[in-house]
Design a protein around this ligand. Structure first.
Ligand SMILES: [Zn+2]
Length: 368
């Protein structure tokens, strides 16, 4: 899991969500009988209208397991379940059967209905893959001390109000940073990071150690570990170090599948990276860009600019240095560079820069 920036709701969202929630409240008020016997009439079409905003914000990845998703393999997930709340017994151990479904003791019913007043709440939504949503997380929602409120009563306030419950399930948009609460092993397994209960509860709730995920992450970790090894060995050679580091940065970008694995290995095996190191590496990448421009090699120019972009991506701790150096070297604003490749042909090089790029070209033996 990694953190994403929550998308903003459309301007008319509050009015529309208030209207459908009013309909639900009216249904509940008029229900004659115990509320747990009611099948609440949720408006499924309502939340499907807004799914695309979350797909984009999460870079088409599941908010829990970081697998890539498509329209066929994703759901709009309610973080706090709306229809009912279930719990796993402390002794329950679920493993993955062929086909992806869990085996073991299924969750038991705890509350019915669930946090129904959050069914149309923007802050309660995220995108999850069908495996996470329909097989593993289901209506589980671990909270501190198992202290779920009386879900027949809607809180007085509007918005994201859990009526006193303190969630222990990590969320990609708020709360404890998933990158602090989860640690990925070289084998592809995941362990809790630190003492926070959010890590173990999330791993258990979402089945983050299911076999298929561990295998996928393990294969990726093999590749990333090799790149980390090469990066460390090339630290004294800026052009080579820059190229490998940029490659690693690409694997750790928000849109990369299981980016948390690459980020964890980078932190453990390559960081810290000093300011002079990242400055030299960025300069070396920029010199390649200038050389490609001088030779009118569009493919090399595109690759070079992309490499600089990867290295200066916002989520990396050294991004400000990379951006500053790249702006100075390429004489373009970072905003323009980040719009590559469209702006690549507009890169300007002076005669002095061309001479410097040519010199760097002949002295470098690096291949990306
Ligand atoms: Zn998932």
């Amino acid at each position: 899991m990694i953190r994403y920036e929550r998308p903003d709701p459309p301007e008319d969202f509050q009015d529309k969500s208030a209207a459908v929630l009013d309909d639900l409240c009216k249904y509940i008020r008029e229900w004659r009988g115990p509320l747990e016997t009611a099948t609440l009439p949720f408006d499924r079409k309502f939340w499907s209208t807004y799914t695309c905003a979350f797909e984009k914000a999460q870079h088409w990845k599941c908010g829990y397991c970081e697998r890539h998703i498509s329209r066929r393999t994703r759901d709009l997930e309610h973080y706090a379940p709306k229809a009912e709340v279930t719990v796993l017994s402390p002794a329950s151990v679920r493993t993955e059967a062929p086909g992806g479904k869990p085996t073991g003791t299924p969750p038991a019913l705890c509350r019915q209905p669930g946090y129904w007043w959050l069914a149309y709440c923007w802050e309660n939504w995220l995108i999850a893959c069908k495996d996470c949503n329909q097989y593993w997380k289901l209506n589980l929602f671990p909270v501190r001390d198992d202290n779920h409120p009386d879900c027949s009563l809607k809180p007085e306030t509007s918005g994201f109000d859990l009526n006193g419950a303190e969630p222990l399930l990590l969320n990609p948009f708020f709360g404890p940073d998933p990158e602090d609460a989860l640690e990925f092993e070289r084998s592809g397994g995941v362990l809790p990071g630190g003492d926070s209960p959010h890590g173990p509860e999330t791993i258990r709730t979402c089945g983050l150690n299911r076999t298929s995920l561990v295998r996928r992450r393990g294969r990726l970790a093999d590749h990333i570990a090799l790149l980390c090894h090469l990066a460390v060995r090339s630290r004294s050679r800026p052009a080579e170090f820059g190229a490998i580091l940029s490659n690693l940065a690409n694997w750790s970008r928000p849109g990369a599948e299981h980016a948390a694995v690459a980020r964890g290995l980078l932190r453990a095996r390559v960081y810290p990276i000093t300011d002079p190191e990242i400055t030299s590496a960025t300069r070396a990448l920029c010199q390649r860009v200038q050389a490609a421009k001088r030779k009118d090699d569009r493919a090399a120019l595109f690759a070079g600019v992309q490499a600089v972009n990867h290295l200066g991506a916002e989520h990396l701790p050294f991004a400000p240095t990379v951006q500053k150096v790249a702006e100075a070297e390429l004489r373009l604003s970072w905003q323009t560079l980040a719009r590559k490749p469209a702006a690549a042909p507009t890169l300007r090089t002076s005669a002095r820069e061309r001479r410097r790029a040519a010199s760097a070209d002949t002295s470098s033996s690096v291949t990306p």
